[in-house]
Design a protein around this ligand. Structure first.
Ligand SMILES: *Cc1c(COP(=O)(O)O)cnc(C)c1O
Ligand SMILES: [Zn+2]
Length: 420
């Protein structure tokens, strides 16, 4: 295993771990995979589906050979993350116009979001280096995931949260897991800059998406989709983008599967951003080669409220390697799509529903065909943002097309019979 700079290709041994190259570029982890055999690994991964209380019962560590082969088992901190459902829904098929859509519910992770897939690997790596103090800045889900794993590992977590546009539920979850939460006046991007400069002096292990071990863990999402579908991936994978770590991990995971011979054809990736925080989509759709940060991002989908995504170069590589596309959707489109994901019985938080809204848009634009197969990745749980539920279903100014409000009735047989 080695670290390779995304910008200048300089290589570093894994032991000299850092978050950035001397040139300022982010790192990719590159494994030595020459000795790996896809058919043999498929059998190993299959056998591990019957594991229970070992690290291999995790939907991340099941694929340890492709994620972090060198790590000694004693450092693994797991909550058996991953192992999430892959569902079909007639309601969402008809809403998106895509007849084959499946939903991958990363919302079913232990802390309620896909951040667990990456965080289990970052915290385990930090422990292997001897760290006991972990940090991140976050719009919410990263911090609750970090707080959960740090506590499981009997360490401490220090979480920096912007004081605006975040979901209270996520902060409460983070506090409840025992993190020290520090609220600051600024954006997510300001938080990242701060501890990029100061984490060393403070003895903190950084668990943001600039940490390449999180990307390694998040690759397991597409490994699991592939395994559940008997190593036949769909034509499209639709994913939301904020900091762009997840789309980066998706691309890297797909490359692994292709290079090692697990799959023959790489699906195309559709990345969906919220219109008010869509600097990456703007760059791609305008044919620019440099990302122009959005200084005042705003979307109701708080997990996507990022104006200067650190991983944009890696994300661009995913698009290139998969003949990918981008699109943006409005907050109202996101909230209506979310209402239907919830109504379908699957449920998700607003950011996740950008995928369903995006698929609907891409089908209507005939970029995705109605008969192509597609998987939408649902990134977070519906209870992560109960304010959004309240506003949509009970709010007086809600424009929700699929509102479901409370009805009051007197308990008489006649009344109730009429209501039913
Ligand atoms: C973090 C997050 C995203 C965005 O993922 P990035 O890797 O930042 O692009 C989307 N949805 C939810 C629920 C998240 O927590
Ligand atoms: Zn470099």
């Amino acid at each position: 295993m080695k670290l390779v700079c995304v910008d200048c290709n300089k290589e570093y041994p894994a032991e000299s771990f850092d978050y950035q190259c001397v040139c300022g570029g982010l790192f990719d982890i590159v494994h030595d995979t020459k000795h790996l055999d896809a058919e043999q690994l498929k059998r190993v991964f299959h056998d591990r589906l019957s594991e229970r209380m070992t690290p291999y019962a995790s939907g991340v560590w099941r694929y340890k050979e492709l994620i972090f082969p060198e790590l000694a088992e004693e450092f693994i901190t797991t909550k058996y993350e991953g192992n999430t459902g892959l569902y079909s829904s007639e309601l969402l098929q008809s809403y998106t116009g895509n007849r084959k859509v499946l939903l991958k519910a990363q919302s079913e992770n232990p802390s309620g979001s896909f951040k667990d897939n990456g965080m289990t690997v970052a915290v385990s790596h930090g422990r292997s280096l001897g760290y006991k103090r972990f940090t991140c800045t976050s719009t919410g889900n990263t911090s609750s995931s970090l707080a959960m794993y740090a506590s499981m590992a009997q360490g401490e977590s220090y979480v920096f949260v912007p004081n605006k546009n975040i979901s209270l539920n996520k902060v409460l979850q983070t506090l409840a897991y025992g993190a020290r939460v520090i609220s600051f006046d600024g954006t997510y991007d300001d938080g990242i800059r701060f501890y990029e400069q100061h984490s060393k002096e403070l003895g903190l292990y950084i668990c943001n998406s600039i940490n390449p071990f999180r990307i390694e863990g998040q690759k397991s999402i597409v490994y699991e989709i592939a395994q559940y579908l008997n190593w036949n991936l769909p034509d499209w994978v639709v994913i939301p983008g904020g900091a762009l770590s997840n789309v980066t991990a998706l691309g890297k995971g797909l490359q692994d599967l292709k290079t090692l011979g697990f799959i023959e054809k790489v699906p195309r990736v559709a990345l969906v951003q919220a219109e008010g925080a869509s600097p990456f989509h703007q760059m791609v759709s305008k044919g620019r080669t440099q990302l122009i940060p959005e200084p005042h991002p705003y979307t109701r989908a708080s997990a996507l409220n990022i104006g200067n995504p650190p991983s944009w170069k890696k994300a661009l590589r995913t698009l290139e390697e998969t003949r990918g596309v981008t699109c943006s959707v409005t907050d109202q489109e996101i909230l209506d799509a979310k209402a239907l994901v919830d109504k379908s019985g699957i449920g998700c938080e607003p950011a996740s529903a950008a995928t369903v809204a995006g698929l609907r848009k891409l089908v209507s634009q005939q970029i995705i065909d109605k008969d192509e197969t597609a998987v939408c990745i649902l990134t977070g749980n519906m209870l992560k943002d109960t304010d959004a539920l309240h506003e949509y279903h009970l709010g007086e100014t809600s424009k929700g097309a699929f509102r479901n409000t409370i009805q009051s009735a007197e308990l008489s047989l006649e009344n109730i019979a009429r209501l039913l």
